[in-house]
Design a protein around this ligand. Sequence first.
Ligand code: A3P
Ligand code: MG
Ligand code: MG
Length: 336
Amino acid sequence: MKLSKSVETLSRKCIAFPEPCEIACYNRVEGGEVFFDDRSLRLFKRHITEDVGADLNEGYDTFIPKKDIGSEGFGFGDLLACSRDKNIPLQSWKHFITFRNNLKKILATAYIRNEPWEMGVHKRNGVVYLDVHNLPERPQSDLDRRRCYVGYCFESLATEDPRRADGEGIHHVDANVEFCSVIKTKLGAHRILMGAEMDCCDSTNDGKRFYVELKTSRELNYHTEERFERKKMLKFWIQSFLAGVPYIVIGFRDDAGRLVRTERIRTEDISQRVEMKNYCQGGVCLAFADEVLGWLSGTVKEDEDYILKFARPFNRLELLQAQSCPDVITSHLELL
Ligand code: A3P
Ligand code: MG
Ligand code: MG
């Protein structure tokens, strides 16, 4: 099958994406136990600008990296258990159940064609599950691990931690502790239940919770700014837009890992900024994802397991049978 639609054609489509609605939440705490409440939700530290100059390598020696639970088969245990706990009817009105990262990969592929990815696809009782599949990674160098740690260190620095006394350094950052929001949303005609890890929230007086996405980036210069806006900003926008996160706070660092400045951006301002420069359009990502979800809905069969792959050098999405004949392509979607 061919997705013979150019960016121009996709940009003329108007795909509805109503405000995502949080219907439940859960947390994984130190030690791995899961609770269906908001005990791990962190509060954004408003005076983060005072931390400019901080060393984002601090605590690297005591960092507890993320355990790989997503790629070991059907990784929806906590999300489904939380939905059951809150009596959320899954089969009756959902078309897709997924973690936000999978949708992010699909939307980003409208523009980003040099990053391969894959995900598990299963259909149970009429609902299509998009499951996390990590590609085999090349061995990480100490520098790779440090670059990754900087992101987690910034999360700690930018949030209130009642257990950390004033002036106390950052240590024992545990990447497995997370707060996850369960969100109901709709993309075009596709009803979606989505789990999304939230970094922190900003307090408000009227009781409504505003989540804040935290990101780190190497400080920009004349040569790197365009790439940042074309690629990283697009990913930041997709990630936050999909879950209705209104603000992103970026911590810019130097090569040594020192925080040099922070910038708070409204998610909706990003799309204007990149659209004005003609880099990309959010509507094209949505129209592209609408086509892909429609193709999946019409192709996957009940109780069969597939792998959905985007791989170079072919500019196409491949749907492969996961078990019986893993190399046979069941269907593919050519991309323009
Ligand atoms: P940065 O993205 O600020 O570098 P998220 O921003 O999605 O909440 O992720 C928090 C941090 O987890 C990231 O911070 C990064 O350090 C790490 N991280 C997330 N996804 C990753 C991936 N695919 N590979 C390596 N590290 C990742
Ligand atoms: Mg996060
Ligand atoms: Mg983040």
